[in-house]
Design a protein around this ligand. Structure first.
Ligand SMILES: [Zn+2]
Length: 125
């Protein structure tokens, strides 16, 4: 027996909010990298974020800081409009992931402004 006045008919469960915070100074043109704290629900991780050269879009590597005795996983995120992607398993499976979501959020908040933009290239046809 369940109480019909409770629990049901609510909005479908939402993903927990993604919370981002720089640990230390945010990236700047002189120092184009930073430590990013990424919290999704109860899962909290710190990543070392730095840009790397890409032929198109803007590319960033996120190195997950874990226990020292392990090789840290590195994720490569490309921001390029609808071609944006990440090379982690989650993105390959679901087409989105917290790494890409985080960088899109930072881009949206203009927090990647301190990082060098890619060289402007002529459109090839
Ligand atoms: Zn990812």
């Amino acid at each position: 027996m369940s109480n019909p006045s409770e629990g049901e008919g609510r909005a479908p469960r939402r993903p927990p909010p993604l919370l981002l915070q720089w640990v230390g100074p945010p990236p700047s043109p002189e120092r184009p990298f930073g430590l990013l704290r990424l919290a999704l629900g109860r899962e909290v991780n710190v990543y070392f974020l730095e840009p790397f050269a890409s032929d198109f879009g803007r590319a960033f590597s996120l190195t997950k800081l874990e226990r020292k005795d392990e090789e840290p996983p590195v994720y490569h995120v490309l921001l390029d409009g609808r071609r944006s992607s990440c090379d982690c398993l989650g993105h390959q499976r679901h087409g989105h992931c917290k790494h890409l979501d985080s960088l899109l959020l930072l881009l949206d908040q203009d927090q990647l402004a301190g990082l060098p933009a890619p060289p402007q290239q002529e459109e090839r046809r």
